[in-house]
Design a protein around this ligand. Structure first.
Ligand SMILES: C[S@@+](CC[C@H](N)C(=O)[O-])C[C@H]1O[C@@H](n2cnc3c(N)ncnc32)[C@H](O)[C@@H]1O
Length: 209
């Protein structure tokens, strides 16, 4: 099944079924972005708006891009704030947003579905203001090496989504090649126990002047 169709079918359960990755991502987003000030935000793969809700009081404007109609429908029903605009868009194409428009781009649990990271960092560089921030929170590649991938339950069993493994060096090299410097990197563990494989990795990149 294509990735957008899979999210269309997952959408109804996405916010409510047990999902440690989704919940830890919320923690990583809030703990990391609480330290930054921003006005105009672009959310890549905003899904049902889980992180949009938290961003609203800190932002002046938020644009959420996603290619799953059903995920967006849920976001639009939950979030009626005039600061927020949800737009159906495929991130593997050019993003139809004004250049140098946003000072924060966030991407949570989305890049594992996108093969070409160079395209993402190239687009992000165009849309960000100088010294703008690009926050990424993703399933840790160690988890990917051990077979973890986005999946959900259906009546016919478990549906696994198409994913691409990105090594830590892939994120950093593609960022550097597209004019970003790395400000922060952090690994996120279940129960804050460092005895297990980290579940998530987060990066804060900054666009060079
Ligand atoms: C695991 S969900 C994460 C949603 C939200 N960011 C969160 O943390 O709850 C991944 C989202 O990325 C979107 N997505 C994946 N590939 C995409 C693409 N090429 N273009 C636009 N959206 C995409 C999916 O539709 C889905 O809503």
């Amino acid at each position: 099944m294509s990735i957008d169709k899979a999210y269309n079918s997952w959408a109804g359960q996405y916010d409510t079924n047990e999902n440690k990755t989704r919940d830890l991502d919320k923690t990583s987003t809030i703990e990391t972005l609480s330290k930054y000030n921003f006005k105009n935000v672009l959310e890549l793969g905003c899904g049902t708006g889980k992180n949009t809700e938290w961003l609203i009081p800190k932002a002046k404007r938020i644009i959420g891009l996603d290619f799953s109609v059903e995920m967006l429908e849920i976001a639009k029903k939950k979030i009626l704030n005039p600061k927020v605009k949800f737009i159906k868009a495929d991130l593997t194409k050019d993003w139809e947003i004004k250049n140098q428009y946003v000072d924060l781009i966030t991407s949570s649990l989305t890049l594992e579905h996108i093969d070409d990271l160079n395209h993402i960092f190239h687009q992000a560089n165009q849309k960000l203001t100088d010294e703008g921030i690009f926050f990424i929170s993703e399933l840790h590649p160690f988890k990917q090496y051990s077979g973890s991938k986005a999946r959900y339950e259906t009546e016919n069993g478990i549906e696994e989504l198409q994913v691409f493994t990105h090594h830590i060096s892939d994120y950093i090299e593609n960022a550097e090649n597209n004019g970003f410097i790395l400000l922060e990197i952090k690994e996120w563990f279940d129960h804050k126990s460092k005895k297990e494989i980290p579940r998530l990795i987060s990066f804060v990149f900054q666009k060079k002047k």
